[in-house]
Design a protein around this ligand. Structure first.
Ligand SMILES: Cc1cc2nc3c(=O)[nH]c(=O)nc-3n(C[C@H](O)[C@H](O)[C@H](O)COP(=O)(O)OP(=O)(O)OC[C@H]3O[C@@H](n4cnc5c(N)ncnc54)[C@H](O)[C@@H]3O)c2cc1C
Length: 527
């Protein structure tokens, strides 16, 4: 899967592609896998790096949505639980069960949440990740020893799924390529071409690396650009009313001392009526999230001061030693592409969770939903696209299609489990050159071999691609990631045939970016 080979295939293709997918996040990558595995000719164009948008900035949970249960939306929960089971079966190297404790400090909390979470476990049936039960305070503390002891009455435990979001996007893109799709990052769509009758029939894109224009004729275009769907719709329909109402959510990352075990914490009702999670992730503690309505969408959204304060204040009562500003190692924000309630565009809402909208006859927009349901969203979007374009109908295969890297015994690989069946090839690089096995920074699983692999097999093009999404250093510890940038730049320059100036500029650009993930007042913060 090299970028040069993909550009060559794009140029060599005669006539229209069956499906052109715009956006390389969870939704777009899912659509590309589905369309290619059904045998259609497919191009996937991502304007930045695969997973650069919301899909690398989630809470990293594969879940049915306990929140929807409290709203009585059982069918939505059932659908998501089915997707949770399918994803675990198809990507076992990236998805694993995670136990949670819901602590009780009031007498009514254990019976109340215990009943709801029992129902949640029962709904999953034989596809469940583990049973829910009521805990004594000693049992709750045995699972989460850092919980605030004072006033603890007990708790409830239940299970959900956890995954590495950015790595799943990359593996999905690799799966799409294996199924025959052309997949290209750094190819930003700037125009939608239409017939004289107004039907969308292709896209214009810019190869961001060279500035060259790419024209890609298409039988149908699927707009899967998450928070950016309205911008892409307006390329074909200037002035089209908004489909989405964007909302920002942030996470703060701390060292593992706040959650030293393998069990997460769920706060079912924050002061703003949301659910908050604290989860162990890649040897660190991830706490979030917020829900802040925003006006403008950005590819690199920034946590607001009030959001940082809210997460710290909400988490504090649940820990004996509350996490503080000084402890924050990284802070990142993501934008939810929520479907606006009062939309005026003609839409066909296939479920209350995601929305599909067909415009300009053959421009299909898919938005809303969540990471957990990306496969179902892709299936629905493609079915709508096949119908709109009059393509031959073919059955969807993704419910049981294995994702690149599939390895049900990956847990034996420890932190390298995320490489799944590729781990042996990453290891082979170390056998050839032992120096590549030395971690670039203790505690973060990124070494010369994983950087080399990212450039050779995962289409990483920049230092950011490696440190943010191929390995998760930027999201885990921004100051530490900064120190790794020069070494990563040097390896990439060698692998991609770049010169010393490129190498220097890459390290400088990443250093500036990482500064946005460092919280002012944190111990690791430097100007
Ligand atoms: C804070 C937060 C926490 C969340 N936690 C969870 C969770 O734990 N579990 C869960 O199931 N869901 C979760 N979600 C929801 C989930 O992350 C999103 O629903 C999902 O990632 C959206 O994916 P997407 O592909 O639609 O959008 P994105 O990931 O944003 O992808 C869109 C892509 O389109 C590209 N693009 C934009 N414009 C163009 C253009 N002109 N040309 C080419 N490409 C373009 C962008 O670069 C981007 O990569 C969370 C969301 C947020 C915000």
């Amino acid at each position: 899967m090299t970028r040069d080979a993909m550009i060559a295939r794009l140029g060599a293709h005669q006539g229209s592609w069956d499906v052109v997918v715009v956006g390389g996040g969870a939704t777009g990558a899912g659509v590309a896998v589905d369309a290619a595995s059904r045998g259609y000719s497919v191009v996937l164009l991502e304007g930045s790096d695969f997973g650069k948008g919301t899909s690398s900035r989630s809470t990293k949970l594969v879940h049915g949505g306990v929140r929807y249960l409290s709203q009585g939306n059982i069918s939505l929960v059932l659908g998501a639980l089915r997707e949770r089971a399918a994803l675990r079966a198809n990507a076992p190297h990236l998805v694993r069960p995670l136990q949670f404790v819901v602590p009780s400090y009031a007498w009514w909390e254990s019976p109340y949440y215990g009943t709801g979470l029992k129902l949640y476990s029962l709904l999953a049936g034989r596809q469940g990740f583990g049973a829910s039960s009521i805990l004594s305070s000693a049992e709750a503390l045995a699972r989460v020893p850092t919980l605030r002891h004072a006033g603890l009455r007990g708790g409830v435990t239940y299970f959900d799924g956890q995954f590495d979001d950015a790595r799943l996007v990359v593996n999905l893109v690799q799966t799409a390529a294996e199924q025959g799709a052309v997949v290209l990052n750094y190819a930003r769509v700037t125009g939608v071409t239409t017939t004289t009758g107004g039907a969308a029939d292709g896209i214009v894109a810019i190869d961001v690396e060279t500035g060259r224009e790419l024209r890609v004729p298409a039988r149908v275009i699927i707009n899967a650009t998450g928070p950016f769907v309205d911008g892409v719709r307006r390329l074909a329909l200037p002035g089209a009313p908004s489909l989405i109402a964007p909302s920002q959510g942030i996470h703060l990352v701390f060292d593992r001392s706040f959650l030293p075990g393998a069990v997460g914490l769920m706060v079912p009702k924050t002061p703003d009526g949301r659910v908050m999670f604290a989860v162990p992730w890649h040897g660190h503690t991830l706490i979030g999230t917020t829900d802040t309505a925003i006006r403008e969408v950005a590819l690199e959204p920034r946590p607001l001061e009030e959001e940082i304060a809210f997460v710290l204040e909400t988490a504090a009562p649940y820990f004996d030693k509350a996490p503080t500003r000084a402890d924050v190692l990284s802070a990142f924000a993501g934008i939810r592409p929520l479907v606006a309630r009062n939309r005026t565009a003609k839409t066909a809402s296939l479920s209350r969770d995601h929305t599909i909208c067909v415009e300009a006859l053959r421009l299909v927009t898919i938005t809303g939903g969540k990471w957990t349901t990306y496969r179902r969203m892709a299936e629905d979007a493609l079915d709508a696209a096949v119908e709109a374009a009059g393509l031959p109908r073919r059955a969807c295969l993704t419910r049981t299609l294995r994702v690149h890297g599939w390895d049900p015994q990956a847990d034996r690989l420890g932190e390298q489990a995320v490489y799944g069946s590729d781990a042996a090839q990453v290891e082979a690089l170390v056998r050839k050159d032992a120096g590549l096995g030395v971690p670039l920074r203790p505690g973060l699983t990124c070494n010369g071999a994983t950087v080399t692999w990212a450039a050779r097999a995962e289409m990483a093009r920049t230092v950011e691609d490696v440190l943010a999404r191929r390995c998760r250093a930027l999201f885990l510890d921004a100051a530490a990631a900064r120190t790794m940038a020069p070494q990563v730049a040097a390896i990439l320059a060698r692998e991609l045939g770049r010169d010393a100036e490129w190498e220097r500029q890459q390290a400088a650009e990443f250093t500036a970016l990482a500064g946005r993930y460092v919280v002012h007042g944190a111990r690791g913060a430097t100007p």
